[in-house]
Design a protein around this ligand. Structure first.
Ligand code: ZN
Length: 155
């Protein structure tokens, strides 16, 4: 997409307000330069389309806002919060994993992963695998299977 096309997109976003479109366009160019224009354009266009409240802010303010600030109060923010929660959960899992495997080594190597317990039958005889869902930057899910009663769940 070339700059002229971007300008047209700004015009359509601002409902034909050419002055505002040019101001937005020029403000981005001044702030990040030609090399990063596209990146900033995509970020702002994405957020402005999804979050009409942002349209009340001026170009200078918008250009300086971070992804997190732009996403405030939107589905994107909720999504990012969910992702952050998932990451924290995984970090806890990994921590306890390191803890347990450290212990297992000290005790001479047991296969049981003691920190995962089946909710249905309370056994710790649970096997698990980690799988990447969708994109690489998302945290991994831990898929658990109870070896005793066959219960399956995801952490
Ligand atoms: Zn079970």
């Amino acid at each position: 997409m070339c700059l002229a096309e971007c300008l047209v997109e700004w015009e359509s976003l601002f409902e034909g307000d050419v002055g505002r479109a040019q101001d937005m366009h020029q403000t981005i160019l001044d702030a990040v330069g030609l090399d990063f224009y596209q990146e900033k354009y995509v970020q702002l266009m994405y957020n402005l389309r999804r979050n009409p409240a942002l349209l009340q802010k001026d170009a200078q303010t918008l250009v300086r806002m971070t992804d997190v600030e732009l996403a405030k109060g939107t589905d994107t923010e909720k999504h990012m919060e969910r992702q952050a929660r998932k990451r924290r959960k995984l970090q806890r899992v990994v921590k306890s994993c390191i803890h347990i495997f450290g212990q297992v080594e000290d005790e001479g190597g047991e296969d049981d992963v003691e920190w995962i317990r089946c909710k249905r039958c309370k056994t710790t005889n649970v096997s698990w695998t980690q799988k990447q869902t969708k994109c690489a930057d998302e945290p991994m899910n831990v898929y658990c299977t109870c070896e005793k009663c066959g219960s399956r769940w995801v952490i």
